[in-house]
Design a protein around this ligand. Structure first.
Ligand code: ADP
Ligand code: MG
Length: 594
């Protein structure tokens, strides 16, 4: 018999109820005749406080609150992939690619179980432990669009070890049907289905955390080469309105080398998310040739949807990500925007009458951000395979002021900061990531990877680029005062080199067919070419040649345009450019000496 309570007080998404039974903290409840979904966020002897995940208009004092006996949880199974959900993993449907409040119906239920093909990997009599692989899961018919991704059915991570006493043969099964029965050592038995429940606020267990020494490639040069994120790493993207947070997250979602994408649209505009869905349906996944949406999970809680569900959507997203990670996959989670999530936290806290902290946010804002980002990791799963969840969150500081609480606290928990700059965005320099205010703590650990990929100078060139960009900022100020022509040649060379780094390397349009994505090979070639240019400039300078001689040569213009003009795989043209650079340097050098 589940606990029951009677509503006494309602304020927006929060209600209090006189309770006669024992509710659990964080228990899932249903409220009123419409059976709205809620979660117990406070308990005392006679009263519970509930956060309701749906529109509460129409609720009245006296309405019943019914416990479920379990923590707020979601059902994880193969049917999640390629779909769009609300913040509590209830399907919204993508038929017409629209996302709006009308689709979130009061009392909405979770998705009906789908049917999948199961192929066992165990046999009756085998011993199993939590997280062990029971079998492979695929689409239920050859002609159904495959997600192009192998999925697996695992022994749930919270189940007891034991012996397989029954096992289904290969064939099509409903997601919630028992396919395996395990007898535990104390003589009990439990069934395993393709899907299982997991509480959203509880990190899923792993065997151990692994070091962050593999990059999560984004295809964006400024990220992969200057501020790289490791698999299992975290990054925050703070930026004022219109600086390109959403475009950057979407671009990464499209091109990064993760197996599964979890995209959490959190409190942003619905039409933006609708655009994303339409694009993902159209975009062909370079790995499978199928729509990208098929290996994506979208969790949508746009600005017009109930505010409390927004608070949960972040945890729902990361739980889904961990579920795929546990199958030995690399997952990338994007959250746009964590500021809107923090606002939801603030609103609920205000309704509870809690003492507001900095910026009106509750004092636990910081620990909640930590709880979220700390779930990103590269791990060895319980089954012994490597898997990872990398997390990237946009932060939208009001009026672009990075000293506000959400940006400030987020900084403490992320490994990379990709700070968007208003001035770069206004100059339409995209991505508008500022090279001097951004950082990555993974660069050192990733140098070895680039080295084994054949880019032995990656770390050295990276440092060189960053130093030049720093020097540039200082010299630009001087140039504005005394004029560029009055500066010594060495400083003018620094400005020319930095211009090349900025325009040819860091600038990369998300909308260019050739340049929206760059493989590490292409990034490395471009990096080396720019390195050669800088070296040549230094050498000529030593011979007394003014840097303008090099900057005015046609090869300089060709280098400036190489990102836009030389496509992936056209190594011959990059080599030509290299030869042209050497030839130019030789001619200028000869001219100077003669
Ligand atoms: P935000 O989410 O920070 O408010 P958006 O991501 O919506 O900003 O970007 C605003 C506009 O800036 C986009 O509509 C686009 O025109 C331009 N833009 C942003 N990033 C890029 C990019 N990487 N490449 C090209 N254009 C961009
Ligand atoms: Mg945006």
């Amino acid at each position: 018999m589940n606990a029951r309570a009677t509503t006494t007080w309602i304020s927006g998404p929060v209600l209090r109820a006189a309770s006669t039974g024992a509710f659990l903290l964080r228990e899932a409840v249903v409220v009123g005749d419409a059976r709205l979904l809620g979660e117990v966020i406070r308990v005392s002897r006679e009263e519970i406080t509930v956060q309701v995940y749906e529109d509460t208009s129409g609720l009245r004092p006296g309405d019943p609150v019914e416990g479920s006996g379990r923590l707020l949880s979601i059902r994880l199974g193969p049917g999640i992939l390629g779909r769009i959900f609300d913040g509590l993993l209830r399907p919204i449907g993508v038929e017409d690619s629209s996302v709006d409040a009308a689709r979130v119906r009061p009392g909405m239920r979770e998705a009906p179980p789908g049917s999948f093909r199961f192929t066992p990997r165990l046999a009756v009599g085998d011993r199993v432990a939590p997280g062990a692989i029971v079998g492979d899961v695929g689409p239920d018919a050859a002609e159904t669009p495959a997600a192009g991704l192998r999925q697996r059915c695992l022994v749930p991570p919270d189940a007891a070890p034991g012996e397989v006493v029954e096992l289904a043969d290969a064939g099509c099964v409903a997601e919630d049907a028992a396919i395996c029965t395990v007898r535990t050592d104390d003589g009990g038995e439990y069934d395993i289905a393709l899907s299982h429940r997991w509480p959203v606020r509880l990190p899923r267990p792993v065997a151990k955390r692994l070091p962050a020494d593999e990059p999560m490639l984004t295809g964006q040069r400024i990220l992969d080469c200057l501020f790289p994120i490791a698999r299992g790493g975290t990054a925050a993207i703070p930026g004022g309105f219109g600086t390109g947070k959403t475009v950057l997250l979407e671009t990464i979602a499209k091109w990064c080398d993760a197996d599964v994408i979890v995209y959490v649209g959190c409190g942003e505009r619905g039409n933006e998310l609708a655009g994303l869905l339409a694009e993902f349906l159209e975009l062909e996944d370079p790995r499978t040739g199928r729509p990208l949406l098929e290996r994506t999970v979208v969790i949508a809680n746009t600005s017009n949807m109930p505010v409390a569900a927004r608070e949960a959507s972040i945890y729902t997203g990361i739980t889904v990500a961990e579920y795929f990670r546990d199958q030995g996959l690399d997952v990338a989670l994007m959250a746009d925007s964590t500021s809107r999530w923090a606002e939801a936290l603030r609103e609920v806290s205000g309704r509870l009458g809690e003492l507001p902290g900095e910026g009106g946010y509750p004092a636990y804002l910081s620990s909640r951000l930590a709880d979220f980002y700390e779930r990103a990791a590269r791990v060895e799963t319980l089954a012994g395979a490597p898997g990872s969840v990398s997390v990237m969150g946009a932060v939208s500081p009001p009026s672009g002021d990075f000293s506000e609480p959400v940006t400030n606290h987020t900084r403490r928990y992320v490994g990379c900061l990709w700070a968007l700059d208003v001035r770069r965005a206004q100059a339409r320099f995209y991505p508008a990531i500022h090279p001097l205010t951004s950082y990555s703590d993974s660069a050192r650990g990733l140098a070895r990877w680039w080295h084994t990929e054949g880019c032995t100078r990656w770390e050295a060139l990276r440092r060189r680029f960053l130093t030049l960009l720093e020097d540039e900022a200082r010299l630009e100020r001087m140039a504005r005062i005394i004029g560029r022509d009055a500066m010594p040649p060495r400083q003018r060379l620094t400005l020319v080199s930095a211009q090349l780094i900025n325009q040819a390397f860091l600038r990369q349009s998300a909308f260019s067919d050739i340049d929206r994505y760059a493989t590490p090979q292409r990034q490395a070639v471009m990096m080396r070419l720019i390195g050669s240019f800088i070296d040549a400039g230094e050498a000529l300078l030593a011979d007394g040649v003014a840097p303008e001689r090099l900057a005015e040569a046609p090869v300089f213009r060709a280098l400036m345009r190489m990102g836009e003009e030389i496509p992936e795989g056209d190594w011959e043209r990059f080599s030509e450019l290299d030869r042209e650079l050497s030839e130019t340097v030789r001619l200028i050098g000869e001219g100077a000496r003669s």
